[in-house]
Design a protein around this ligand. Structure first.
Ligand code: ADP
Ligand code: MG
Length: 173
C-alpha cells in the first residue's frame, strides 16, 4: 500500500510547490489541508481566524488533516499543523512525514515576494523576517520531532523532490 506522505514546515518552505511536483513524480494525488479547510468552510484563513480565533482555526485544521488523509496521496499541511500533538501522532502513524527545512531569511524573502492577496495575517504584526525567525525558534524542535525525514528546502523544487524520493527509498530499503 502506498502510505500518504505528509509535508510539514513553516509558511513559504514550499509544501504546496514541492508537494505538487512530488505527487506528479510518484503518480500520487495531491491535497493541501489549507485548501481543504477553505473549501469546506467557504471561508479564507483570514476570515476563520477573525471569526473563531487561532484556536478555532487549529481545531478545523485537525479535521481537515484527517479528512484529506488517504493512501497514494501527498498532503501539504498548514505551517502550524505540528502545534497539536494529536496531529503529529496521527501523521506519524498514518504515513511518512517530511520536514521541508529552510532558514528564516529564505522564508521571509519568498513570502515577501508573494502578492498581498496570497498573504496570511501575520501572527504578531511585526516584519515578516523577524517573525519567521521567532516562529522557527519556537517550532523547529516540533518539526524535527514530528518528521521521519528532514530535507533541505533551500534548493530548487526539483532537487527537493529528488531528496525526498531518495530519503523515502532509503527508508524502504
Ligand atoms: P508553502 O505551501 O509551504 O507555504 P509554497 O509552496 O506556497 O509554500 O511556496 C511559497 C513561495 O515560495 C511561492 O512563491 C513559491 O513559488 C516559492 N517557492 C517554493 N519552493 C521554492 C523553492 N524550492 N525554491 C524557490 N522558490 C520556492
Ligand atoms: Mg501551501
Amino acid at each position: 500500500m502506498s502510505l500518504p506522505i505528509f509535508l510539514i514546515g513553516a509558511r513559504g518552505c514550499g509544501k504546496t510547490t514541492v508537494g505538487e511536483a512530488l505527487s506528479r513524480a510518484l503518480g500520487y494525488a495531491f491535497t493541501d489541508t489549507d485548501h481543504h479547510l477553505q473549501l469546506s468552510t467557504q471561508r479564507s484563513v483570514t476570515e476563520i481566524v477573525a471569526e473563531e480565533g487561532w484556536e478555532g482555526f487549529r481545531a478545523r485544521e485537525t479535521e481537515s488533516l484527517k479528512a484529506v488523509t488517504a493512501p497514494g496521496t501527498v498532503i501539504a499541511t498548514g505551517g502550524g499543523m505540528i502545534l497539536a500533538e494529536e496531529n503529529c501522532r496521527f501523521m506519524q502513524e498514518q504515513g511518512q512525514v517530511i520536514w521541508l527545512s529552510a532558514s528564516p531569511e529564505v522564508l521571509a524573502e519568498r513570502l515577501e515576494s508573494e502578492p498581498e492577496a496570497a498573504q496570511r495575517p501575520t501572527l504578531t504584526g511585526r516584519p515578516i523576517a523577524d517573525e519567521m525567525s521567532d516562529v522557527l525558534r519556537e517550532r523547529a524542535h516540533l518539526y524535527q520531532a514530528a518528521a521521519h525525514h528532514q530535507v533541505n528546502a533551500m534548493q530548487s523544487p526539483e532537487c527537493v523532490v529528488e531528496e525526498i524520493l531518495l530519503s523515502l527509498s532509503l527508508a524502504r530499503a
